[in-house]
Design a protein around this ligand. Sequence first.
Ligand code: HEM
Length: 483
Amino acid sequence: MEYTADSIFSQFLWLILFLSASAAVVVARAAASRRRRRLPPGSLGLPLIGETLQLISAYRTENPEPFIDERVAKCGAVFTTHVFGEATVFSADPETNRTVLQNEGRLFESSYPGSISNLLGRHSLLLMRGGHHKRMHSLTAATFANAAVIRDHLLLDVDRLVRLNMDAWTGRVTLMDQAKKITFELTVKQLMSIDPCEWSEDLMKEYMLVIEGFFTVPLPFLSISYTRAIQARRKVAEALATVVRERRKGPRKYDMLGALLDEENSGRVLTDEEIVDFMVALLVAGYETTSTIMTLAVKYLTETPLALAQLKNEQDEIMARKREDYSLQWEDYKSMSFTQCVINETLRMANIISGVFRRTTTDVAVNEGYTIPKGMRVFASFRAVHMNYRHFKDARTFNPWRWPSNGSEITNCATNVFTPFGGGPRRCPGAELARVELSVFLHRLVTQFSWIPAEQDKVVFFPTTRTQKRYPIIVQRRSNHEL
Ligand code: HEM
């Protein structure tokens, strides 16, 4: 073979090209592997406080969205931040949220700060793990969420207690307070078959102090509200323990407490402390959530007269089929299709549980090749998905007509973008009950009253979703000729 200057040069060129290409592959592989092990991008903010102050100031306003929008625009739908004392991976991505929810107990575990665990009680469903959690979650779902139980027992109680409370309404009504009173009485009834009485009123006073504790700075020696909450929690526990002891001696009743006591028949004896913790947590889980959605549904309807008119028509038609002094039946609830659209839309806009905290139990690969290391805190944000224009057209406007007219949430559930009740093994066991309570509340409200807001009020999102003035309204009873 003859080596000319030209052929030597071209072979040299090929060698350079080959070496460069190999080097590029090695560098790309190394970068990919580094990237695989890297946390999602983001900013940890200031030492110790991280980005907590930015988050709080955004969520104290009517429009908290910029906090998430800015970070998603800069870093993508899964980013790292540092809030409430800890670096946290924040997910605004429906697929990542699904992975977090569905892998509960495998790749992720629910995680609450110690201050919250103290108030809930260590035997509460929210803190249970593994097989015991699975068993108790099913028991709760069977007692609370089972359609047959709601149809045959709970619906009548819900309707009766809502009517009883509304019978006393005249003039100015602070809606949030009334909604809380109703949901508290309902939960006490469903847990242990106790109707509203002096005992339940006293219990509610203590219980409200416990709830305040969830939203205060958890420093036992510095925060008066937190210390007061712990003391009130003890009193609530004592009151419930007395009921448990009485019930152990008496006849069986078909309520949550009955189901817990029946656990003994299946070979597992629950102590009084376990039963009390379990019931305290159920009182907490259903109270703030359902009452806030009741209040906000009314606020959104008041501000959207066309939706209110359509809902009124639907409910008036149900009432027109009835005699005086009727009780709502399961078929009535099932025929409230536009009402379900209003409830879906209120759940989507208000996001009373804006997302869930979890902790990784191992290194977990997420979105675009990033890795969340073992033991790190993760926040799967439902709000970020519900408010995203890619998933919901005109996402930041209240529009109940976006939902299918049969009121179902199926279309969006299929793509994991609508998760107001969470998902996976910890999906809210009270979801159906909450829908029934909301539907009955709206039925009785619009068929009996017209109202106007008593004052300007606005929705804020920290420490929880709420209206600043607890939404005061002036109610007027609808006269017969109006119906
Ligand atoms: C509009 C009303 C409600 C909303 C938006 C709501 C939302 C949620 C969400 C998102 C979760 C999941 C938490 C997680 O994955 O860590 C949850 C859990 C739970 N909810 Fe609800 N909820 C509502 C009403 C109720 C009611 C009425 C009850 C029962 C009285 C209830 C009982 C529970 C319980 C016990 C859990 C814990 C489940 C577990 O950890 O296994 N909720 N709820």
